[in-house]
Write a protein that binds this ligand. Structure first.
Ligand SMILES: Nc1nc2c(c(=O)[nH]1)N[C@H]1C(S)=C(S)[C@@H](COP(=O)(O)O)O[C@H]1N2
Ligand SMILES: [Mo]
Length: 543
C-alpha cells in the first residue's frame, strides 16, 4: 500500500533481524577475502591466501594427524582441507556479524583471529617474505573499514528499537533500512568484481613462471673463480644473488613471455631476414661467462650494479645467420614491451662475448630480468645494450635510428666508465677498534683494472688488496673485490677509493652527474673511531 503510514503501528521499530547481522558479517568477510585474493594475484604470489592457509594447516598440524589424514585421503586431503576452510569461513563471518549485536569488539575478535591465522600461514610458508603478508593486510583492512560501515545502519535500527522515543520518523528509518541493503548489495558486487578481476590479474605471469620453473636448460651452475672472493665479514658478495640483482625497466608490468611463443626477428641491413625461435636459438650452442652489469644512472657509490654468471648464445653467431650488410654500424634492439636501444654493431660482433642470455646464475632468467631472452654486452651500460624480453633486431646505422634513452638526452654509445665503491666501513658508522677493515668493489668491464687505491683523510693513495678478477688478464668483464686494513686514531675519518685502469690511469676525482653518460668522482665514506678504541696490537703507543 502506498500512502501515509502515520496512523499505523510504526513499522521498522523492531530490531533488525538476525539474518541482517549475519549478512553484514558475511558480505564484509567475503569482501575482505576477495581483496586479499586480488592482492595476492596482483602481486603474482604463487598462492591465494585461502590456499596458503590450507598449506599452513598442513604444515602446522602435528605430523601424525596431517600425515594420517593425507595418508587416508591421499592428495584429495588438500582439496578437502581447502573445501572445509571455504565452508567454515562464511559461518565465521556470519558469526562475526551476529556478535556485532552485542559489540563491534566481539566481531573484531573474530576478524582478528582470522587475520592472525592468515598471517601465521603467510609467514611460515617456505621462502616467505614481507610481501606475502600484504594480501592478509589488504583483507583485514577491508574488514576494518567495511564491517563498521555495513553494520552502522543496523546499529541505529537496534538502538531505535530499544529506545523508540529517540527514533526518527519512518521515512528516515526506511532510508536506513534501505541503506543497509544497498550497502550490502554494493559490497557483495564489489567483492565479486574484485575476486574475479584478481583472478585475471597476473594469470599469464603465473603460467609463464610455471613454464620457467619446469624449463631445463643445458647450463652449468656458477662456480666462483679461485681468488675472486676476499675473506671480509660483511663484504658485498662477489656473485650477486639473483634475487638481490638490481632491476630497471620502463614497463609497468614486465612482459610474461612463454618461450614457445618467443622469437627474435633480425632484419634491416642484413643479407637475409631471419626469425629465430627459442629452440633454434638454443641449438646454436651456449657459452657462459661472468659479467658485471651496471646502470648508467648509478650514482657514485650507488647500488645499480651486479655481477652474475650468464649463459647464452653469442650475438656474433646470431648476427652471422642473417649476414650484416656493409655500412651498418648498429643494431636497434626492441623489447616485447616496446623499449628500444641502439647498440654499436662492433660490440655485438667483436670477441668480447656479447650474449643473447637465457640464464642467469645457472637458472633460466627470471621474468623480471628478461625471460626468456635478454641481451648482455660486457663493457656497455644496460641502457644501450641489455635489452630484456628482446624480440626484434634491426641492423641499422646510428645516422638513421635512435634508442629510447638516447632520444631522451642520454649518451649515444654508452661505454661503461671505470668505477669503485666502498661498502665497508659503512658511511656514518663507528668503529670500536682502531684497526678498521675497508672493503668494496671496483670495475672496468672490458678494459680491466691494474689496482685499487684508498686515501684516508686526504693522505696519499695506498694500494688495496684486490681479488682475482676485473684485470685485463683475469675475468675482465667482472668486478673485483678489494680490501685494505687501516689503522685509524680515535675521531672522525674520511675514506676515499679510486680504481686504476689496466694502463695505469687512475679513476678521475672530477664529480659529474649520471646524465648523460655515467657519473664520475671518487666514492667516499665518513666513519668514526670511538674514543675508547683499543690501542693497536703492536703496542706502538703503549707507555
Ligand atoms: N625491455 C627493457 N630492457 C631493459 C630496460 C628497460 O627499461 N626495458 N632497461 C635497461 C637498463 S637501463 C638497464 S641498466 C638494464 C638492467 O637490467 P636488470 O633489470 O636485469 O638489472 O636493463 C636494460 N634493459
Ligand atoms: Mo640503466
Amino acid at each position: 500500500m502506498i500512502g501515509p503510514v502515520t496512523d499505523r503501528t510504526p513499522p521498522g521499530l523492531g530490531a533488525p533481524p538476525a539474518w541482517a547481522w549475519a549478512l553484514a558479517g558475511l558480505v564484509a568477510g567475503l569482501a575482505g577475502v576477495a581483496a586479499s585474493h586480488a592482492a595476492a594475484m596482483a602481486l603474482t604470489l604463487r598462492e591465494s591466501p585461502l590456499i596458503s592457509v590450507g598449506q599452513g594447516v598442513i604444515r602446522l598440524t602435528p605430523g601424525m594427524v596431517a600425515d594420517g589424514a593425507i595418508g587416508v585421503l591421499g592428495a584429495g586431503a588438500k582439496v578437502l582441507l581447502v573445501a572445509v576452510i571455504v565452508a567454515l569461513l562464511p559461518l565465521l563471518f556470519a558469526l562475526a556479524g551476529l556478535l556485532a549485536r552485542r559489540s563491534l569488539w566481539w566481531s573484531a575478535l573474530v576478524f582478528t583471529a582470522l587475520g592472525a591465522v592468515g598471517v601465521a600461514a603467510a609467514v611460515t610458508a617456505p621462502g616467505a617474505g614481507t610481501v606475502d603478508l600484504l594480501p592478509v593486510v589488504a583483507g583485514v583492512a577491508v574488514w576494518v573499514v567495511v564491517f563498521p560501515l555495513l553494520t552502522g545502519p543496523l546499529r541505529h535500527l537496534a538502538r531505535w528499537a530499544a529506545e523508540p522515543r529517540s527514533a526518527p520518523a519512518e521515512p528516515h528509518r526506511h532510508r536506513t533500512r534501505r541503506g543497509f541493503l544497498v550497502g550490502a548489495g554494493l559490497t557483495a558486487a564489489a567483492a565479486v568484481v574484485l575476486g574475479a578481476g584478481g583472478q585475471l590479474l597476473g594469470r599469464q605471469r603465473r603460467r609463464v613462471d610455471q613454464v620457467r620453473r619446469l624449463l631445463r636448460l643445458p647450463v652449468t651452475r656458477p662456480v666462483l673463480p679461485a681468488g675472486a672472493r676476499l675473506d671480509v665479514e660483511g663484504i658485498t658478495p662477489w656473485q650477486t644473488p639473483t634475487d638481490r640483482f638490481y632491476k630497471i625497466q620502463t614497463a609497468l608490468v614486465p612482459p610474461a613471455i612463454d618461450p614457445g611463443d618467443w622469437s627474435l626477428r633480425i632484419h634491416g641491413r642484413v643479407e637475409e631476414e631471419v626469425t629465430l625461435t627459442y629452440q633454434q636459438l638454443l641449438a646454436l650452442g651456449l657459452t657462459e661467462s661472468w659479467v658485471t652489469l651496471n646502470c648508467v644512472s648509478n650514482p657514485v657509490g650507488g647500488p645499480l650494479i651486479g655481477n652474475a654468471w650468464w649463459s647464452g648464445v653469442r650475438t656474433a653467431d646470431v648476427l652471422a645467420l642473417a649476414g650484416v650488410q656493409d655500412g651498418a654500424d648498429g643494431v636497434l634492439q626492441t623489447s616485447d614491451d616496446g623499449w628500444t636501444c641502439l647498440t654499436p654493431l662492433d660490440a655485438l660482433t667483436d670477441d668480447r662475448g656479447a650474449l643473447l642470455a637465457v640464464a642467469m646464475n645457472g637458472e633460466p632468467l627470471p621474468i623480471d630480468h628478461g625471460f626468456p631472452v635478454r641481451t648482455v654486452v660486457p663493457g656497455l651500460y644496460g641502457y644501450v645494450s641489455a635489452t630484456k624480453w628482446v624480440v626484434d633486431w634491426k641492423v641499422t646505422r646510428f645516422d638513421d635510428d635512435e634508442g629510447y634513452w638516447t632520444s631522451r638526452g642520454w649518451g649515444v654509445r654508452g661505454p661503461v666508465r671505470i668505477g669503485s665503491r666502498i661498502d665497508l666501513p659503512a658511511d656514518g658508522s663507528t668503529s670500536a677498534t682502531r684497526t678498521v677493515t675497508a672493503a668494496g668493489l671496483a670495475w672496468f668491464q672490458g678494459t680491466g683494472l691494474s689496482g685499487v687505491q684508498v686515501s684516508l683523510d686526504g693522505g696519499g693513495w695506498q694500494d688495496a688488496e684486490v681479488g682475482a678478477s676485473g684485470r685485463a688478464d683475469e675475468l675482465v668483464d667482472a668486478w673485483a673485490q678489494w680490501r685494505v686494513v687501516l689503522d685509524a686514531a680515535p675521531g672522525q675519518h674520511r675514506l676515499r677509493v679510486r680504481a686504476v685502469a689496466a694502463d695505469g690511469t687512475p679513476q678521475t676525482g672530477e664529480q659529474r652527474d649520471v646524465l648523460p653518460d655515467g657519473a664520475t668522482g671518487w666514492h667516499q665514506v665518513d666513519f668514526e673511531v670511538s674514543d675508547d678504541a683499543d690501542q693497536p696490537d703492536d703496542g706502538a703507543d703503549a707507555g
